[in-house]
Design a protein around this ligand. Structure first.
Ligand code: BGC
Length: 255
């Protein structure tokens, strides 16, 4: 995969799937803006790891649930690397509750971090791509739960379902301007979001038994697919979703 010379923003880039995406993109030669809201020390370590391997990366603290935060990331990419070629809407949180339990504040928070950020991240990145006249790509990290219900995880599922239609609608609107929009939808991945499941042997076993490939993904297995989707090898892909789930959605037993 050759992404040399590409300038990419990864939201929520200092942990979990985001950090793995940063590693894959940098290894392919891209220059990366790593967005974060917490743990500056992890961001600093990741920047050091990338730069000591000969890559280019910079950490930026920005809350992507605000347009100001998104604009800060894009202007940093342009100031530091001269242009923007790809924007990865990866930031996301999970707050487990059913429909009957959810309260307004929690719902608004999940939607702001997971979906509003992706809508305006896509919008602001697309405006920049159009202004540059160079085309570009937005990758939205959704989830198998963009399509597959997960009882007890209502707001998260609603936000991921929203990303599904964001990608389809924006992809169709922006195609004529050379801007691609693609979802990468992971299944169960060994990241902080799944920490409680991974630490509980019986829950982990139950989860793994429901996955045809019989293991939870390593974050690098998502990072590699994102690098592919950004690359020219995937330049005919838009307004669609790539599922990277070990077959979990086709398994016979749910969670
Ligand atoms: C969720 C996990 C869940 C996995 C598979 C992910 O999107 O964050 O909590 O285990 O999907 O269902």
């Amino acid at each position: 995969m050759d992404l040399s010379g590409r300038s990419v923003v990864v939201t929520g880039g200092n942990s979990g799937i985001g950090a793995a995406i940063v590693r894959s993109l940098a290894a392919a030669g891209a220059s990366v803006v790593i967005d974060y809201v917490a743990h500056p020390e992890d961001t600093a370590d990741l920047v050091k790891e990338v730069t000591s391997g000969g890559g280019r990366a910079i950490g930026v603290e920005a809350d992507v649930s605000t347009i100001a935060g998104i604009e800060k990331l894009i202007s940093t990419a342009v100031d530091e690397f001269g242009h923007l070629d790809a924007f990865v809407n990866n930031a996301g949180i999970e707050e487990r509750h059913t429909l009957l339990e959810v309260d307004e504040k929690t719902f608004d928070h999940v939607m702001a971090v997971n979906l509003k950020s992706a809508v305006f991240g896509t919008q602001r990145a697309a405006k920049r791509f159009i202004e540059q006249g160079s085309g570009g790509i937005v990758v939205n990290i959704s989830s198998v739960h963009e399509d597959w219900p997960m009882p007890g995880n209502l707001s998260y599922c609603v936000s991921k379902g929203g990303m599904r239609m964001l990608t389809r609608t924006a992809g169709v609107e922006l195609g004529p301007q050379g801007v691609r929009v693609v979802n990468v939808a992971p299944g169960a991945v060994d990241t902080p979001i799944n920490e409680s499941t991974m630490k509980d042997d019986s829950l982990r076993q139950k989860l793994e038994n429901s996955i045809p490939l019989r293991e939870v993904a390593d974050p690098s297995e998502i990072g590699g697919v994102v690098a592919f989707v950004i690359s020219d090898a995937a330049k005919y892909m838009t307004a669609t979703t790539v599922f990277v789930d070990g077959g979990i959605m086709r398994g016979s037993v749910g969670l």
